[in-house]
Design a protein around this ligand. Structure first.
Ligand SMILES: [Fe+2]
Length: 236
């Protein structure tokens, strides 16, 4: 029998590996705890409600060419660490789609120091590969000893869940695999990662469809860095 399904016709139910990866996101946002925080509880519910609605609609798959960046040389190590942690289900599901991930920077003008040390890939959102208007899901990968400069997002709520590696936000704590951080609209945040191993974070963005289609972030100018201005559609 000939397979007559062309890439243009692909839907989520034709792609078990994407389906299983999204199921791992659902598990994280459904079974984890909000730690007693009403804001985190409502964010988690928003993510899983939008994800459930998206999956139920059997959305289109917008295949994107596989792309790598210098930091993806650390990806295998990040997955290996994740598979040995509480996040093994997510790490294993992510491994199955690794050849279909489009790693990108997202910047009009990338801060030079970051070119070797970070990239992100989306797995669900307006640009696909799983098409959705109301939610973006993806992963960000940082090399060891990376500082991601202080920034904020307008009209977007962002959560990170650690898949592997150790990282800190705003020098206030160290987060291990399974930890969740919520950054609300306008919250300033700066990320640092551990010295020895890469850090892989799953992320979710919620916001109005128009904002998710054209997200903007603002890097905060600091005295040390000078007046940094950069436009990015990336999540960090
Ligand atoms: Fe961010």
């Amino acid at each position: 029998m000939t397979d007559t399904t062309s890439p243009a016709d692909l839907r989520l139910r034709d792609c078990p590996n994407w389906t299983y990866l999204l199921r791992e996101f659902d598990v994280l946002y459904r079974n984890g705890t909000a730690g007693g925080s009403p804001s985190i509880r409502s964010h988690r519910k928003r993510v899983r409600d939008r994800l459930s609605a998206c999956v139920a609609s059997n959305p289109a798959i917008l295949s994107r060419p596989h792309e790598v960046k210098p930091v993806t040389a650390h990806f295998a190590r990040a997955l290996d660490l994740g598979e040995r942690s509480a996040m093994q289900g997510m790490a294993r599901a992510l491994r199955e789609v690794r050849g279909d991930l489009a790693w990108e920077y997202g910047y009009d003008k990338l801060p030079k120091a970051l070119a070797q040390k970070y990239a992100y890939c989306e797995v669900l959102g307006p640009k696909g590969p799983v098409q959705s208007d109301g939610l973006i899901l993806g992963f960000v990968l940082f090399a060891p000893a990376t500082t991601y400069p202080q920034h904020s997002h307008q009209d977007i709520e962002e959560s990170y869940i650690s898949v592997s590696g150790a990282w800190s936000e705003n020098d206030t704590a160290v987060y291990a695999p399974g930890s969740l951080i919520l950054n609300r609209s306008g919250d300033e945040h700066r990320i640092t990662t551990g010295e020895l191993d890469p850090c892989l974070l799953a992320y979710a963005w919620t916001g109005a469809a128009g904002r998710l289609a054209e997200p903007m972030m603002k890097l905060t100018a600091t005295r040390k860095a000078g007046a940094i201005t950069a436009k990015s559609r990336g999540p960090y």
